[in-house]
Every structure is written in C-alpha cells, then in structure tokens.
Design a binder for this molecule. Sequence first.
Ligand SMILES: *Cc1c(COP(=O)(O)O)cnc(C)c1O
Length: 351
Amino acid sequence: MSDRTIEIPPTAKLRLDSEALVSNWRVLDDLSGAASAGAAIKANAYGLGAVQVFRRLQSAGCQDFYVANWQEAAEIQAYTDESTNISVLNGVRPEDMPFAVTSSAKPVLNSIEQAKRWLPTGRPCDVMINSGMNRLGINTSDLIDFVWHEMDIDIVMSHLASADEDVSQNANQLDQFKNALRHVSGKRQSLSNSAGIALGQAYHFDCTRPGLSLYGGKQRSEFDGIIRQVVFPEAQILQTRNLKKGDKLGYNAKYVAERSHTIAILAMGYADGYLRGFSNTGAFYIDDTRLSVLGRVSMDLIAIDISDAPQLAESDWVKAQFDLPTASLQSGIAQYELITGMGNRFIRYWT
Ligand SMILES: *Cc1c(COP(=O)(O)O)cnc(C)c1O
C-alpha cells in the first residue's frame, strides 16, 4: 500500500494573483461610475476557484455575486454575510424549489413560468429581460400582464450580446431594456457585463456584472494598461534533448528541426486546458527569454525551444505566456475558454 501521508509534488501550477484580482474589481467599480460593480463567479469563478475569488472580492467590498445554478450558490453560501447578495442566473426549475426556498441566494427569473413558480414563496428575486440576445429572459411583450408589484424584486437586468464590439446592437439592447423597465420595476437595474462597462454611463444603471475582466480578460482597448493578468500557469521540465536538422517532433511531426538545437519537454498538456490551439504558436518564458512551443501540444506534454536558455534543465520551472488577449490570438481560443478550461491537475495557489 502506498503511503498517502507523503505529499506528492505537483508538476503544473496555476499561480493566481490576489492583488491583481482585487485591483481589477476596483478598476471596474470605478469605471462603473455611480453604479457598483458586482462579480460573476459562475463556473467556479471562470476556473479560478469560486470560494477563493468570493472571499477576496467580498473583503474588497463587492456585494453582488452571480452564479449559474444552485449548486454553485450552495458552495459559497456558507461564506456570505448579511450584505452579500447571490443571484442564480439560470433561474429556478421545479426541481430546484426545495433547496431554493431555503437558500439566501435569489433566482434570476427568466420566464413568466418561473415568476409564477416563485410568486407564492414571497421571497426576493431578480428578473431577466430579453433585450435582443434571445438567450434567457422575458420578452418585453410578455411582461405586461403579470403581477410584478406583488413580488420582492431586487435587480431587473438584461445582458448585452456584443458589448465587446462597437455595433448598433448595443444601443438597440439599451433601448429595449429601457422600454421593458416601464413594465417591471425592482430596487435596482443592471445591464452591463465587463465589456459593457466600457460603453459608458448610459449602460451602467445601478449595478454592473463584470466577469472576464476581473480575471484579466481584455476585450476592449479601454481596458489596456488598467486590467491586470491574474492567471499564471507554470510547468515543470521533465526532460531536455537535442534535435538534429531534420528531426521530427511530436504527434504527426508538426515540427521538423531546421537546424540542431535543444528542446525541453514540459509536464502540461491539453488535458490541463493548455489546448492544441497553442501548437507551434504558444510560448513559455524563463525570466524575459521567450521559449516557443514546438509541434503539437499533447495531452500531458508540451515541447518548447530552449536554444536561448541553455541553462534550463530537468526540474526547472517555466511560465506560460498567458496574457489573455495575446494567448487568445495565438491559439484562436476565446479568452473565456482559456481560463474556464484550466484543468484540475493544476495546483491552484494564491499569492
Ligand atoms: C457571464 C455573465 C456576465 C459576466 O460577463 P463577462 O463578459 O464575463 O463580464 C454578466 N451577466 C450575465 C447574465 C452573465 O451570464
């Protein structure tokens, strides 16, 4: 029998920067003007760890948190206090009701059916308006004959589909949302996700709901230089080797050496969320030296060029280039997917 009291050292780590996370929330809260910024922490806080993110942002003064479902609400409920609001974006299904009526979290009601289901509870809720994204939410025309005034509504919200682009859909959604607000009122109103915050005061209302940019995502140039990187993957070298001119590397020989040089094999791969989109395009760093990813990313392994860092050897650690806009361009993978896909083999540690 193996001895489970002996610690097994990790081969891949995800360093998460507390200061950068809190700084990003403050920046987004400032950019939200008179509105207060909440935090979307659904999907395990986009892969970073919901409880860890929640506790840091709560200490910083964040009061509104958005999760996708009741499992996620249950996970953080234990850490909340009276000033914390949790909204469950995916609403409340019949099978959620037994838990939901005991929970301090509130559902975001996405349909008249859900509103009818929640009405008898007399408990607080939010309401989602469909302003043109046609995902979740109630159409303005369906708002008209419901007894909203009998409900305890905190936030009336809608969601922008294209706030990362300068397109007319943004203004159209704003108009639709304002229209809807004539038929349903709550204590507060909310429209903007991260990118929406950059669209200006007209989009801010009472509270904003950033997610991606809390975690270092920058989808608009307004965020350049003020939103900081939060997620830093680190991988360990398992082996180094020399390639000769003409040597083939990795699955399907997607890299062939044009000269003789040294490479290192890292203990990280697409199973960790460093996806195959980084094949022949991604990069790692040791100090300021760039180390290109060579050939195809494997499930558990990545090859990098260490010609410019000949001192590197087995057991050394290197850092992935993971500034999200850059990594997204390199890999063709959306900034959202890059972080939500970070796997469970990583040891996540906060500094
Ligand atoms: C995910 C989500 C957000 C956060 O969006 P980002 O683009 O990550 O800032 C806000 N509101 C709703 C309804 C969401 O589903």
